[in-house]
Design a protein around this ligand. Structure first.
Ligand code: AMP
Ligand code: ZN
Length: 113
């Protein structure tokens, strides 16, 4: 998986604006933010997409969701936030390393869901 952009960011080979890190999770600011707060929450373990979540890597995914409330609180999102995953081409997934968009800091009125 050495050609993976997010693996390189996690390894520090490509710079990022890190907001959180633990044993299993890395989170950094999206380079093209869609809201005042737009953080990408990424498992350190390379998983291509939500389609590839399995019993073997579920702990990495769970660790992301354990981290999200702490990241949201640190970012001041006490009024709420949205978590989005794009899975596959039709959904607009452009980086094939599982990630969750944590978005907030404004009224998220124009809902898709
Ligand atoms: P997705 O379209 O769901 O695969 O999301 C990929 C996200 O990665 C997009 O929102 C991009 O803006 C973001 N992105 C791409 N390259 C970088 C980078 N070097 N640093 C931070 N975010 C990035
Ligand atoms: Zn990767």
């Amino acid at each position: 998986m050495n050609d993976c952009l997010f693996c390189k960011i996690i390894a520090g080979e490509i710079p990022s604006s890190k907001v959180y890190e633990d044993e299993k999770v890395f989170a950094f600011r999206d380079i093209n933010p869609q809201a005042p707060v737009h953080v990408l929450v990424v498992p350190k373990q390379h998983i291509d997409s939500a389609n590839d979540i399995s019993a073997e890597n579920l702990d990495s995914v769970a660790a992301c969701f354990r981290a999200i409330p702490a990241i949201a609180a640190a970012e001041g999102l006490s009024d709420g936030y949205r978590v989005i995953n794009n899975c596959g081409k039709a959904a607009g997934q452009t980086v094939m390393h599982l990630h969750f968009h944590l978005i907030g800091g404004c009224e998220l009125g124009e809902k898709i869901v």
